[in-house]
Design a protein around this ligand. Sequence first.
Ligand SMILES: [Zn+2]
Length: 388
Amino acid sequence: MFKSCVDEKAATELLKALVKIDSVNPTLVPGAKGEEEIAEYVANWLRGLGLKAKVDKIEAKRANAVGTLKGVGGGKSLMLNGHIDTVGYDYMTIDPLKPVVKEGRMYGRGTFDMKGGLVASLAALKAVVDSGTQLKGDVVVAGVCDEEFASIGTERVMEKTRVDAAIIGEPSALQIERCHKGFAWIDVETKGLATHGSMWETGVDAIAKMGNVLTGLEAIGVKLQKKKHPVLGPASVHAGIIKGGLELSTYPDKCLLQIERRTIPGEERKDVEAEVEALLKGIADKDLKFKASYEITFYRGPMDVPETADICQTIVACSKEAIKLTPAFIGGSGWMDTQIMWEKGIPAVAYGPAGEGAHAAVEWVDLDSVVDAAKVQELVIRRFCGEK
Ligand SMILES: [Zn+2]
């Protein structure tokens, strides 16, 4: 019988301490404080556990905390990763930086997204250390900056670290999030010819030329519905922003359409490019005056760790044993840092507590689920990395 060494009180206190440290992402919210202070705090906490840990400064205000619990060798290595930045809090209707515990929930900015999940991983690590277990493989702990914007934190960690699998402690209500969609942002610009509104012989209406692109986009959307990923469903495409026109009495010289395409596993950047190229070429072949260009302005791929992966099966077995819960495999709605690892061939899943209010006016995490996530990860560390 597995007897957990998770220190529930210490976990709650640690979460309170982390919530009190303002760590709003300064790229997202200009002038915000950034992650340096919280990275220092986490690194110090890891050192207090006896780990080698450092603050990795990436740029002004931006830093990761990275520590390693060295194994004796001969086992697999595991990364526990959690982002230490939060989104802004100006619009919150509760005190963002003064955590309040009420009816089993802790309220405050970042409790749910995702200091609660980071604490679950840290509490798991502490439990392993406290139990005196000697691991074979290494455990790398990374508190990363900038997940809420461009993920410079995880990008940096993965430049330097090679592990056999990773758990990102993002909230998943104790289910295993093993896949999510990717996305591409695409600018399409049609070219017109600006002339006086009466000059129909020479004027080319760039806005009207965009009409066929929009119709084509809808047709692509319908086609995409036919191919479904078993967990994530179909890919999709939609027009996000359209801009064009100079004044009422002038033919518009250009029109810009900004498109978002959500991709499913199996689709790549080049597939998205080919799709847009085929659409524009199809229109141009029928309309000699149609001139358009496109550019992918931002791209993040999808990810898909199979259920059979060692890390997935280890979490399932440990969850059953530690908290008597058989977790479901789920897909995420948004893009996550797990994809950066997956792209490098490292199976990475999101696994963390329950709660509500990511990026919302009221945010809370369920404290029992933080402890449960910690207990499961405590056992996962021991099983995945191996005990001496
Ligand atoms: Zn998050």
